[in-house]
Design a protein around this ligand. Structure first.
Ligand code: SAM
Ligand code: SF4
Ligand code: SF4
Length: 341
């Protein structure tokens, strides 16, 4: 187990440090995953953010430096689909210069085959690729954009060849849609060096028609794999790691499960999210954010911005998943494609 990063910076009301920053660089996407941006809501005339409302790269880098100075040790670029943002490599180059930061990106993989080399050269350290099925028809039903599996697999291989190995592969499991793909995915990625992680379908946003019946609990995912491919648990890499790790008994690799619904991990949650237009959210399920763009554009200096960020974190009391487990309803939530997964 590697040593945890030293943390300096504010603690929230539940004594949690601010450690991971997720930056959504665009609210647009070329997929319409049924659990994230269903076409019924994100149709042709959906009002995506106009350019002037989106944080510029200079604004993002300025904020990233301030977050790093307050204990953030890891930045994940996400979206929407982050590779759709023009010249994202230019942003990565600048973020990579901030000392002590781990820099990662989550992508649907559609553009990765051609972009992996440039991302690596720009200084990106790790990449996570989302892939929900191996079967083409199932995958196309999930992404609802007629996008074939083969191109995402090519993206994963290109990323590994460019130095991103091991690539993490995220599969959202939705009962009745792709849960019969759990074993084919496990068989395919076992022995490949990539790390497959199964994510419980979450009630993020208000658009995806979530219901508990469609959640496949991680314990069931592990049971199903273990029956054919025996598994043993692995210690977490660090305290607060979101994925629970398992390895194949025969030494052929590792899988993970992210149990946001059935095993809330709010007590160790160190994540904060910056939306495409510069709103700061202290929880994936928050109903409102704090407007940092206003401060960036009204002439506030770095000290003022830094103290605004620290104040927001110190007042943080979020524990949505724990409350959901306790049966407390939350109605208005921000969409995942906007806030960044
Ligand atoms: N477009 C990129 C991608 O798909 O990897 C990055 C953004 S996406 C919002 C980030 C992650 O959130 C993906 O791995 C996606 O599968 C996951 N996600 C989106 N909606 C979800 C939901 N309702 N439940 C669980 N995971 C979800
Ligand atoms: Fe796009 Fe990612 Fe959401 Fe799918 S999960 S619609 S690829 S943002
Ligand atoms: Fe963190 Fe909110 Fe998720 Fe709990 S529900 S783990 S506080 S993001």
């Amino acid at each position: 187990m590697s040593a945890p990063q030293p943390l300096a910076g504010p603690l929230d009301l539940r004594n949690r440090p601010m450690h991971d920053l997720r930056i959504s660089v665009t609210d647009r996407c070329n997929f319409r995953c049924v659990y994230c941006m269903p076409k019924t809501v994100f149709g042709r005339d959906y009002p995506f953010l106009p350019r002037q409302e989106i944080l510029t790269y200079e604004e993002i880098v300025r904020l990233a430096r301030l977050f790093a100075a307050q204990g953030v040790a890891k930045i994940r670029l996400t979206g929407g689909e982050p590779l759709l943002r023009k010249d994202i490599e230019r942003l990565i180059e600048q973020l990579a210069k901030i000392p002590g930061l781990e820099l990662t990106l989550t992508t649907n993989g559609s553009l990765l085959a051609t972009r992996a080399r440039g991302l690596r050269d720009a200084g990106l350290q790790r990449v996570t690729v989302s892939l929900d099925a191996l079967d083409d028809a199932v995958f196309k039903r999930m992404n609802d954009a007629d996008y074939p599996v083969a191109k995402v697999l090519a993206g994963i291989e290109a990323a590994a060849a460019c130095g991103f190995a091991p690539v993490k592969v995220n599969m959202v499991v939705k009962r009745g849609c792709n849960d019969h793909q759990i074993l084919p995915m496990a068989r395919y990625f076992r022995g490949s060096g990539h790390i497959l992680r199964f994510i419980e379908f979450m009630d993020a946003g208000n658009a995806n028609g979530w219901c508990m019946d469609e959640v496949v609990p991680s314990a069931e995912v592990i049971r199903r794999i273990d029956t054919e491919l025996p598994l043993v648990t692995v210690d977490p890499n660090y305290s607060g790691e979101v994925a629970e790790r398992w390895r194949y008994r025969d030494g052929s690799g590792e899988v993970g499960v992210i149990s946001s619904v059935t095993q809330a991990f709010c007590s160790t949650c160190t994540r904060i999210r910056l939306s495409t237009e510069g709103k700061l959210y202290t929880c994936l399920f928050a109903s409102s954010g704090h407007d940092l763009r206003k401060l960036l554009r009204d002439g506030s200096n770095d000290d003022e911005l830094a103290s605004a960020i620290a104040d927001i974190w110190r007042k943080r009391d979020d524990r949505y998943s724990e409350l959901r487990s306790a049966g407390v309803p939350v109605t208005h939530k921000i969409e995942m494609s906007y806030i960044g997964g």
